[in-house]
Design a protein around this ligand. Sequence first.
Ligand SMILES: Cc1cc2nc3c(=O)[nH]c(=O)nc-3n(C[C@H](O)[C@H](O)[C@H](O)COP(=O)(O)OP(=O)(O)OC[C@H]3O[C@@H](n4cnc5c(N)ncnc54)[C@H](O)[C@@H]3O)c2cc1C
Length: 359
Amino acid sequence: MAERKLSIAVAGAGLMGRLLAWRLSKVGHQITLFDSGSLEKPAGACQTAAGMISPLSELFHCPLPIYQLGMQSLQHWPHWVRQLEELSGESVDYRQKGSILIAHPQDRSELLQFQQELNAKLGPDNRDQLQWLDNSSLHNLEPELDRFDQGLFLASEADIDNRKLLSALHKALSQSNVQLRENTPVDCGPERIKTDSGDESFDLVIDTRGLGARDQIKGLRGVRGEVVVVETPEVKLNRPVRLLHPRYQLYAVPRANNQTVIGATEIESEDMSPISLRSTMELSSALYSIHPAFAEARVIETRVNCRPATMDNLPVLESEPGLIRINGLFRHGYLLAPALVLRAETEISRLTQATEQVT
Ligand SMILES: Cc1cc2nc3c(=O)[nH]c(=O)nc-3n(C[C@H](O)[C@H](O)[C@H](O)COP(=O)(O)OP(=O)(O)OC[C@H]3O[C@@H](n4cnc5c(N)ncnc54)[C@H](O)[C@@H]3O)c2cc1C
């Protein structure tokens, strides 16, 4: 039996809202996408992120479901990206060249601890996902890391230029029959969207407002994250590199035009004010310790935002008739979004079938 096509309001055009609106419109649902701000310049956490899709690196701090959902996302990103690039005519710089973890010689135990912890969580069948790099294999992959003589390689990990992705999604949505309603703050209820001009009815509302849904999701909080973007032609990395350090963690994600995104702090605060001097110094000096030529890099941007997180830092997908809420993507939005889109599609089928049985 053909599935019923619904009129669906998606509230919040951050990463989750855009991706969901695009995928659901592709299968024939009639979508209206609302955002309180501009679609060209998103204000949510999605705009600040580094765009790493790193289920293995995250497994060190997170429970297994984050890794499992992340691996599922990794199966879908490549062909979703291909479709999106074709549709929008814009490249999103998706790259699946793995990522590398390094530590200074005096911190070698950090690498060993990471390896042990991951092997224990992955179990014997999946241990080949983690590869120890000796001096020559490290320098074959990343010749610029000549201060380091060992590392770990996580070959399946990927990354994406978040801002290019958001722009391509915006373009694809503009060319589709999705109704785009920017600068329209909304409240969400079952089958109902409330705007300043009144209530509007839909078959289904999907709330993807990130921190904008704070009063609707128990325990939702913001976790401040700061990143610095630098530019230098002197250091060429081929993939994301993470520096393990007893005091701070740093990642450096190479981007087009000789740019590198370095991050990120994780501070229990909803303060959205500009980056602190301390964070700037810690991130910059950790970067400089990876390669001295970063000393002459130009700081071209600093970014601050708050990640929407639940009390256990796991994502939520809650549903009731006429309303689905997806939130709490924390530091894993790009890692988890495709897997959560698929879960939402399953939930929509379930809700639709349940309604058909009642009527
Ligand atoms: C510094 C930093 C680095 C990160 N790095 C990574 C990374 O490398 N990899 C990774 O996977 N994730 C990363 N993340 C996490 C990722 O950015 C988030 O998980 C993701 O953006 C969450 O997506 P979202 O769509 O749920 O929320 P958001 O991206 O915050 O979007 C919410 C949207 O809802 C809109 N909105 C809010 N209130 C309303 C309202 N009342 N009405 C209408 N619209 C509303 C907002 O304008 C916004 O557009 C990082 C985050 C930060 C801050």
